[in-house]
Ligand binder design. Structure first.
Ligand code: GAF
Length: 390
């Protein structure tokens, strides 16, 4: 069979068999989209993500010694090391796997060596959480293969800590949670303070979700993410002086933030304003979803983009251009930048009858403006991390 006709899962399984000459177990962790609730996770707010039909796959089998052999199928690279030496190699791609092993060791959980082939079809750098999917997939696989007894929430928390501590990205919990807890045809409203969550069916009969991938990632992305976190913490520290019950921006409202505009100063005020509005917006968007009002839901997406562009300032010209292009299109209910920002994708809620025309127009406009081909992904919401049994 031609390679293009083989499913991604089969491709990874076959690569493993060729590389290690054994029969593996196979695991899948999806990438995520986020409908609304951006940058709210690290402010103890609400998010509304879902796991999609683009995923990372690990084919894996245990060894009796303490060797780990990693085979990156899509990169056509291998990396071997002993469990006793998790130091960072010169090449960066094994960091995510090492981060998971580092976290297991810090938790006092022992495993033997293993061999794994991995790869997938989550676009890297597109803001669809390919790194969270990698971490969650390996951790889930090790949990099953070695019978570690971790539950899904423990896997999520450990994968997030792995990213924070070893990779050095101070991310919130949304991406790992969505990858592990995703459910077919549903979005997850996650309360990032209590970690309580509820599934909302997302109707895809009339509308489709389309991601437009800028294919850019501006170098500011990581430093600005950490800076936004700090600015939110500064805001909380100031508000806490007046309202001792306040421990995160989740505890504030836009009205309360407005009362303290002068003390917060212009920059921190704008960050806090966006954040408190966005946390409220997720709740309002869920109400609209329950009412089946996708037009209203889409308007909230535009409001989120406006806040991210002008107040939280994590957008970029490419993202703003793509969102602006959609505004006159009657087939588009809503559009906004998605994820951390400074590149990656926009998420668009587009009437089914208009999707072909939408993609044609967007591709032509983006190419004319930036000279870049615009990949568009029509995403379906699928279930979260699981073992694939053939
Ligand atoms: C990135 C982070 F990893 C998430 O935790 C979240 O903060 C997101 O940016 C912004 O909503 O994906």
């Amino acid at each position: 069979m031609e390679k293009t006709l083989i499913s991604t899962a089969d491709r990874i399984r076959e690569a493993f068999v060729e590389q290690f000459n054994e029969t593996p177990r196979l695991f899948r962790s999806p990438g995520r989209i986020n409908l609304i609730g951006e940058h709210t996770d690290y402010n103890a707010g609400f998010v509304l993500p879902a796991s999609v039909d683009k995923a990372v796959y690990f084919a894996i089998s245990p060894r009796t010694d303490d060797q780990v052999q990693l085979h990156a199928v899509d990169l056509d690279k291998t990396y071997s090391f002993r469990l006793g030496n998790l130091s960072k190699p010169a090449q960066e791609w094994p960091y995510y796997q090492l981060s998971v092993l580092d976290q297991l060791q810090k938790s006092g959980i022992e495993i033997s060596g293993f061999q794994a082939s991995f790869g997938g079809d989550v676009p890297v750098g597109a803001g669809m959480s390919s790194s969270a999917a990698l971490e969650c997939c390996l951790l889930f696989a090790l949990n099953e293969v070695f019978g570690l007894g971790l539950d899904r929430l423990e896997i999520v928390k450990m994968a997030q800590k792995a990213e924070n501590e070893y990779v050095g990205v101070n991310c919130g919990i949304m991406d790992q949670f969505a990858s592990v807890f995703g459910r077919s045809q549903s979005v997850i409203r996650l309360d990032c303070r209590s970690l309580e969550y509820e599934y909302f069916p997302f109707p895809m009969d009339e509308y489709l979700l389309i991601l437009c991938d800028t294919t850019v990632k501006h170098s500011l992305a990581d430093s600005a993410y950490n800076l936004r976190r700090q600015e939110c913490e500064q805001g909380v520290a100031i508000l806490h002086k007046y309202h001792p019950h306040m421990h995160s921006l989740r505890d504030a409202t836009p009205e309360l933030v407005k009362q303290h505009e002068a003390e917060l100063g212009p920059t921190v005020y704008r960050r806090c304003k966006y954040m408190t509005e966005e946390i409220e917006r997720v709740q309002q968007a869920c109400e609209l979803l329950l009412e089946g009002d996708l037009e209203g839901f889409g308007k909230k997406m535009y409001a989120t983009h406006d806040g991210l562009q002008h107040e939280y300032e994590v957008s970029c010209p490419e993202l703003d251009f793509l969102v602006a292009q959609t505004r006159p299109n009657p087939d588009v209910a809503g559009a906004r930048m998605m994820g951390g920002g400074f590149g990656g994708c926009t998420i668009n809620l587009v009437r089914r009858s208009g999707v072909d025309a939408f993609e044609t127009v967007m591709k032509a406009a983006y190419h004319a403006e930036f000279g870049i081909d615009l990949p568009c992904y029509r995403v379906n919401i699928t279930k979260g991390t699981s073992e694939l049994v053939s």
